[in-house]
Each structure stands twice: as structure tokens, then as C-alpha cells.
Design a protein around this ligand. Structure first.
Ligand code: ZN
Length: 353
């Protein structure tokens, strides 16, 4: 049997075709093995690299952090820089952990600064009560720190404790800080929050505030247009109407005052673009101009973006105080053209009937 096999093999070995087949089979096996080995090595390398990068992404555990900070292997300045970069990237949890550990080992001279940074991070992270407690503790020893007072004002404002926020303005005023805008804003918020005051009284007082200061036009007229559009139209000052563009755009047709609209080119263009009137055939504003020329023939409408004129941060919603730079009454509204899905939906619903 073995002799028979050897015979066939050696006959095959001498056959050039058979040798060629063996040669290709060997090449195929070697290629396959080296391919799988390369793939395996690649996976292993990627795994090792991921583990290495993870070690940077992961925060040390609480014990490791305590050891590292107390051992002074890394300077306090480096820890503060690290906490600041976590804060800037919005990773408040890690920033808070570092500040808390630093507070345990910091000297009295810089503990107030670290406490301020911790309070500021708590505020950004939404832990308003903790942030308030920290700012009040700092102010107990050093009542004239403008930065701390400014943040305490923001905390009270976020907690809707407008009276306490107004109280903070007094020491800020003594420190020669500019408080006039904050004062008006808090008075408006206090007024709007007053449950005992009727809507008519609120409107009356809001108009008084507006006539005296001509600030917070959006906040004041947003409320009045919502509660009593007729009064809003009558008292509207026609400067900077573009600052109220979205209020006008979303107003119900029944609430429009066509006599007043007829007197103001901007309003004529806006409502011609919306399709309520056809008194103008062009506009300086590209979005209005296009909508006027389309004459309701296409499913296009306006969408709005809200930009802080101070820091240029943009938001998809209305704001009175920029949450990034904390400036008041600096909102600019940018319209843009978008597809009108509501119109598409209404058209489809009607076509099924
Ligand atoms: Zn801003």
C-alpha cells in the first residue's frame, strides 16, 4: 500500500503539472497565513493603542487623584490648568473633582480663588444651590469681590430669586460696576413673575419701563404681543423693528393691525413676504424679496437664529442674557429660508380629502 502511494507520488513528482499545482497550493497557504497573521497583529496594535489613549481620557480614581495632588508630584498650577481645560470642554464633573481635591491641600492664601473657580463650575454644571453656598461663603470673609458678586447675581437669577439678585446690585454699585441694565432686567423679571398683578397692570408697567429706558424691547413686546396684540401695536416704537422679526412673523393673522402695517415699509415687506398682503413687489432683505417674488407658490418659509452681538455665539432659541458671555439685551435675529413642512403637510392632508 505504502509502496503504491510512493509510486504515485514519485510519478506525480516527476510530472511538471503536478509540481506546478503543489507550488501554487504552497503559495496560497503562505499568503493566507500571512494575511491572517497581519490582520491579527493589526487588531492587537489597535487594541494596545486604544488602551494607551484611554489612559489619557480616563480621570484617575478618587484615591489616585488624592494621592497625586497631595504628593505634589504635579504642581498646583498644572492641576488648575487641567481643571480649566476640562471646564472649557464642558467636562464639569472632572473639573469639580480636581477643584475639590485642590481645596483639601491648598493654603489659605489661594483657597478663595479655588473656591470661586469651583463655584463657577458648579454654576455652569447647573448645581445652583452648591454654587450659591460657595459664593456666600467667600463673601462672608471678603464681601467686596466683584467677580463673586456677579456670579452670585447670575445664580439668584437662575434660581428665579429676583429680589436677592437685586440685593446683590447694591454692593456691585458701590464697587462702581455698571448695574443699570441688570437693574432694569431684574425689575422686568420680578414684574412678570408677580402672581398678584393682573395682565393689564403688568403691560402698563412694562410700557412705563420701556418708555423710560427703551431697552429690552424684545422681552417687553414679546409679552405684550402675546397678551394683548392691539396694545402692542399701538405702543410699538418703530425703531429697530427687525429686532422683533420672529414675533411679527409668527403673529396670528387675526392679530395683525393693517392700518399700522400700512404705515411702515418694513412691516409691509414682511407681511407681503408672508403672503398676507400684496402691497410691495420687492424688498432689500434677500429672504423677504425671494418670498415676495415666489408669491406663496413654493413651500418655503422663514426660520430664525438668535445671535449674541457681543460674543457672536448663536442659539436656536430666544435669550435675554447670553449664557456664554452673560451680556444682557444683545440678541440679534437672523432669518433664513427653509422648507415649509407645515404647508406640505396641509397640502397632502387636503389632497387625501
Ligand atoms: Zn454672548
Amino acid at each position: 500500500m505504502v509502496l503504491l502511494f510512493m509510486d504515485i507520488f514519485f510519478i506525480g513528482f516527476r510530472d511538471p503539472l503536478f509540481s506546478l499545482i503543489i507550488f501554487f497550493i504552497l503559495i496560497f497557504i503562505i499568503t493566507l497565513v500571512s494575511y491572517w497573521w497581519g490582520r491579527y497583529k493589526n487588531q492587537e496594535d489597535t487594541k494596545k493603542l486604544d488602551e494607551f489613549l484611554d489612559s489619557f481620557r480616563q480621570m484617575p480614581t478618587q484615591d489616585e487623584l488624592t494621592d497625586l495632588i497631595s504628593s505634589s508630584k504635579i504642581s498646583q498650577k498644572s492641576w488648575l490648568l487641567l481643571a480649566k481645560s476640562y471646564y472649557d470642554y464642558g467636562d464639569y464633573e472632572k473639573s469639580i473633582e480636581i477643584y475639590n481635591e485642590l481645596l483639601k491641600v491648598s493654603s489659605l492664601s489661594n483657597s478663595k480663588d479655588i473656591m470661586f473657580l469651583l463655584g463657577r463650575t458648579y454654576f455652569k454644571a447647573g448645581f445652583l444651590q452648591r454654587s450659591k453656598d460657595i459664593f456666600l461663603t467667600i463673601l462672608k470673609d471678603q464681601p467686596k469681590m466683584p467677580q463673586v458678586l456677579e456670579y452670585l447675581l447670575l445664580v439668584y437669577e437662575s434660581l428665579k430669586d429676583y429680589r436677592s439678585a437685586l440685593d446683590v446690585l447694591e454692593p456691585l454699585d458701590e464697587l462702581n460696576q455698571f448695574i443699570q441694565k441688570d437693574m432694569i432686567y431684574l425689575q422686568i423679571l420680578l414684574l412678570l413673575d408677580n402672581k398678584k398683578l393682573s395682565e393689564d397692570k403688568k403691560i402698563e408697567q412694562l410700557l412705563q419701563i420701556y418708555k423710560k429706558n427703551t431697552q429690552f424691547q424684545y422681552l417687553i413686546f414679546q409679552y405684550i404681543f402675546q397678551k394683548n396684540p392691539q396694545v402692542a401695536w399701538k405702543n410699538l416704537s418703530f425703531n429697530n423693528l427687525e429686532n422683533l422679526i420672529d414675533i411679527f412673523w409668527f403673529l396670528d393673522k387675526k392679530d395683525l393691525d393693517f392700518d399700522i402695517i400700512a404705515q411702515h415699509p418694513y412691516l409691509q415687506e414682511l407681511y407681503s413676504a408672508r403672503g398676507d398682503i400684496t402691497v410691495v413687489d420687492r424688498s432689500e432683505l434677500f429672504e423677504f424679496d425671494l418670498l415676495i417674488k415666489l408669491q406663496n407658490k413654493a413651500s418655503v418659509t422663514l426660520s430664525f437664529e438668535y445671535i449674541c452681538d457681543n460674543c457672536k455665539q448663536s442659539y436656536p432659541f430666544v435669550f435675554y442674557r447670553c449664557s456664554y458671555c452673560h451680556t444682557l439685551d444683545k440678541m440679534r435675529i437672523e432669518p433664513s429660508l427653509i422648507r415649509d413642512y407645515q404647508r406640505d403637510f396641509n397640502y397632502e392632508s387636503n389632497s387625501f380629502q
